[in-house]
Write a protein of this length. Structure first.
Length: 72
């Protein structure tokens, strides 16, 4: 059970890691350009996307606990 849980976490976060990298690059570039408004906007979007990923992961985990015989 623990392995399958960690595999689901890794799969979910792995899909997001490339997007996250580019979001971080964009935020840093806005900061380098001293564009605080853009940096703040990009940061808010990044946090919102990350929140949704975490919520989805928790929702899937809750579903798996409710239906332990089902795969993913």
């Amino acid at each position: 059970h623990a392995r399958s849980y960690y595999q689901r976490v890794w799969d979910t976060l792995g899909e997001r890691s490339r997007e996250t990298h580019f979001e971080h690059v964009a935020i840093l570039e806005a900061l380098r350009q001293r564009d605080g408004e853009l940096a703040a906007l990009l940061m808010r979007r990044h946090v919102e996307r990350s929140r949704r990923v975490i919520e989805d992961l928790l929702s899937k985990e809750k579903t798996m606990e409710s239906n332990p015989g089902e795969a993913k």
